[in-house]
Design a protein around this ligand. Sequence first.
Ligand code: CP
Ligand code: NVA
Length: 306
Amino acid sequence: MKRDFIHVSDYNKDEIYGFLDSALRLKKRVNDVNDDYQPFFGMSLAMIFAKPSARTRVSFETGFFKLGGHALYLGPNDIGIGKRESVKDVGRVLSRYNDMIMARLFEHKHMLELSESATIPVVNGLTDYNHPCQIMADLLTIYEKLNFVDNVKVVYVGDGNNIVNSWLNLASIIPLDFTCLCPKGFEPDSATVELAQNASFSNIKITHNVDDAVKGADVIYTDVWASMGQKEEASSREKIFSNFQVNSQMMNSTKKDTLFMHCLPAERGREVTDNVMESSNSIVFDQAENRMHAQNAIMLKILNKS
Ligand code: CP
Ligand code: NVA
């Protein structure tokens, strides 16, 4: 049976911790110029992008290449998944040429359809619902910085979007202390909140009260107020979200060493100020780098190379 990577919650606790160990090992090997580890030699990865990307495209393409494989970029105007051709036909055709598919799509149900129709592993590179590779990179970065992940207190500030759903998915597998501080009407997916709350080992809070939500946070995390596909709402959302900006006042109201994280791209001056992005608490570029190492670990596992 092939294994896909569509939700972090498709994996058990040991597998999640296993990804962290494997990613750390791979990070060392990839950065060692004398190590020519090529587990993906002769393999090809088809990358479907229905939305724009910098990190996801470059980290997958470069990561797969550094481990010996070849990655193909299929942009929004190339194959027209779900438009020029049905999702299931694209899944079956790409399976005839490639060893793995990575896709960034709008609708989550299309990701599920792709995973069902493809006979090769499918990795989710973001949908409107979730972003599992990002959350694995985030967990890896927290592990590197704090030396632990269990019960880490993460306070996410902003829109209850695909990033938040992924944190909640993760909280249903490993113990997390996770708060989503968002404006009313911008809560994460309710079924996903329930899933995380039903995991008795995690502490999950959804709140609209800016005053004390960030107290004691190990990590303050934010993301854009309007995601891809919602950009026309960006200016109307600015008013609604104005109290939810991560700025120095917010950072000063928590611990001195609270880390700042953002999946990027950031809209500086909106969800986060320049000075927080540039502060010594900010680990956003380590986070971005770790996309590649976390994904390499995921690909190694689902291609049965680890
Ligand atoms: N964080 C992230 O997925 O970035 P891109 O949209 O640039 O790929
Ligand atoms: N929530 C953002 C994440 C980008 C990586 C979006 O979907 O646009």
